[in-house]
Write a protein that binds this ligand. Structure first.
Ligand code: ZN
Length: 335
């Protein structure tokens, strides 16, 4: 079965000197045809689908601000809107649903939604953190609406997926795991964020320069028991290429080889527990070369290819995170 992708570049969603910009895709876009994956046309999400996660009052307010006050800044991250942002955000969310439905309907083995604006900071009641609508959360709820009973989301963007966590804090049909740099935006995502939802809401806060070795330990010691405990029928991955050591706005330590390793680990989990059903959803990543190399790593893993020859090892010394990982395993009771 094939691997598919959607591509929503939103060229008019742009703001002077803002890192979340169309140029993020400049290196990736010409390379897309070289991957062994088929492009699918995406449709915009409907307002009903957006309301699976967001308060309709927020949706109405965002539509109005884009129509009447854009371009402008709507929060301190800063998050911006332009006159096209509302429709661009509908397309981004719809592109994830398109991928998810293709995987659910067995029209594709797996899928990658390459989209902007990103989504994982957007909460049910507010757009924030460069995000308008929470694309992955909307698609996860859509998968439930299509008949699934349990869906898991693993988020390895450099930032905490606060919006996704907020959407599913009390939803026992969705499990959420986030790895992120501790001490940066948005400030949430500590180990003990959700004491009522142990094993289901899992946060892995990391020190600066945690890289390939630490992430491999996390994949083996936390991703595996998290998925084994929840038994999802489908996995969504919020993949942000800002956890690359060379990202301009964060300080983590993954390399392109690390992104390939991670994609392989989550693919193996999907194979074992979800009949292979997995959808990758782009979040952050602010260096265009890292975005292209990271996306290539995802496509290579998704299509069963070898790693690329890109060599961009983390030049920083990786911190030892074994005691942090033990602490997280203990808190959740992972065996
Ligand atoms: Zn991020």
């Amino acid at each position: 079965m094939r691997t598919v992708y959607t591509f929503v570049a939103s060229p008019n969603h742009v703001y002077p000197d803002h890192p979340e910009r169309p140029a993020r895709f400049d290196v990736l876009e010409p390379r897309l045809k070289a991957f062994d994956a088929e492009w699918m046309e995406a449709r915009p999400a409907t307002l009903e689908e957006i309301s699976y996660v967001h308060n309709p009052a927020l949706v109405t307010a965002l539509e109005k601000v884009c129509r009447e006050q854009a371009p402008g800044i709507i929060d301190y991250a800063p998050t911006y809107v332009t006159p096209s942002s509302f429709v661009d955000a509908l397309h981004a969310a719809g592109a994830v649903i398109t991928c998810s439905r293709a995987v659910l309907n067995r029209d594709a083995k797996n899928a990658f939604a390459i989209i902007r604006p990103p989504g994982h900071h957007a909460e049910p009641e507010s757009a924030m953190g460069f995000c308008i609508f929470n694309n992955v959360a909307i698609a996860a709820r859509d998968a439930l609406a299509q008949g699934l009973e349990r869906v898991a989301i693993i988020d390895y963007d450099a930032h905490h997926g606060n919006g996704t966590q907020a959407a599913f804090l009390d939803d026992e049909q969705v499990a959420f795991l986030s790895t992120h740099q501790w001490g940066i935006y948005p400030g949430t995502g500590w180990i003990e964020d959700a004491p009522h939802a142990k094993k289901r809401i899992v946060n892995v806060p990391l020190p600066a320069y945690a890289g390939d070795k630490v992430y491999e330990q996390i994949a083996e010691q936390i991703f595996i028991p998290f998925i084994e405990a929840f038994k999802p029928q489908m996995i969504f991955i919020s993949v942000g290429f800002d956890a690359h050591w060379n990202d301009p706005i964060t300080q983590l330590g993954l390399s392109s080889a690390g992104y390939f390793m991670l994609a392989g680990k989550v693919m193996a989990l999907a194979e074992k527990h979800c009949d292979g059903r997995i959808v990758f959803v782009l979040e952050g990543g602010y260096d265009p070369m890292n975005v292209a190399n990271g996306a290539e790593a995802v496509f290579r893993a998704a299509t069963g290819k070898e790693a690329s020859e890109v060599s961009d090892p983390n030049p920083h010394k990786e911190p030892d995170c074994e005691s942090r990982i033990d602490e997280i395993r203990k808190w959740h009771g992972f065996k």
